[in-house]
Write a protein that binds this ligand. Structure first.
Ligand SMILES: *Cc1c(COP(=O)(O)O)cnc(C)c1O
Length: 217
């Protein structure tokens, strides 16, 4: 599959949902991908990318940014507090604010540096033990607390359980966002981004459908 094809499918999903074309930001998830695949997508003109590990992004993107202007980098994976400072320098948007300790750390760094990238709060909609994110019942309080710390909360993010219908999780995330007056919804990946757009996704995170399968070997 190609970038053009994914863009077409996004546009079709937007039309089907009566949403304006271009309403959805496509985050090309480049983690683990060979450099030449990432370069090909950059050369095709795409500029919004997602990485799930701070260290991997640090090793890859500073050099690419020197060659390609206007890159926007989104952190979509878990953030350890000891990497928060580096993450604030490297990323334009963070999708994984998922616990009080990270909120406190980000707030402190934001005060110190006078800047903080827009933040998405990750919600563990499937209440999975092994998954990051605040539980749905804790979300309203967590959002309120983060706002009280002056953190720029722009959206919510979720990764539905693999074996469940994602639409239920997208709908739940949209409901939590709506009752808290939050506009951004980071939801939908290669297998389900059209369903996410139908339910209001503002950001879809698409990796393998653009770049091909990831080779962790
Ligand atoms: C890897 C990853 C994606 C992209 O997954 P694909 O199925 O390859 O599209 C999206 N979101 C997060 C949080 C990821 O870690």
């Amino acid at each position: 599959m190609s970038l053009t094809e994914i863009r077409d499918r996004i546009a079709r999903a937007e039309r089907a949902a009566d949403r304006p074309e271009g309403d959805t930001t496509l985050i090309a998830v480049s983690k683990v991908q060979p450099l030449e695949r990432v370069e090909a997508v950059l050369e095709a003109g795409h500029r919004v990318f997602g990485e799930n590990r701070v260290q991997e992004a640090q090793g890859k993107w500073p050099a690419l940014r020197e060659r390609f202007e206007g890159v926007k980098l989104h952190l979509i994976g878990p953030l350890q507090t000891n990497k928060a400072r580096v993450a604030l320098e490297l990323f334009d948007v963070i999708h994984s604010l998922d616990r009080p300790k990270l909120a406190t750390t980000l707030a402190r760094l934001a005060q110190e540096t006078g800047a903080c990238p827009p933040l998405f709060i990750q919600v563990n909609t499937g209440e999975e033990e092994q998954k990051a994110g605040v539980l749905p019942v804790e979300a309203d309080t967590f959002i309120r607390d983060a706002r009280a710390m002056d953190l720029p909360v722009v959206g919510l993010m979720c990764i539905p359980p693999v074996e469940e219908e994602p639409a239920l999780h997208f709908a739940l995330l949209a409901k939590i966002a709506e009752r808290n007056g939050i506009d951004g919804l980071s939801m939908g990946m290669s297998g389900d981004f059209e369903r996410a757009i139908a339910l209001g996704a503002t950001h879809v995170r698409v990796g393998s459908a653009i770049f091909g399968a990831r080779d962790y070997g």
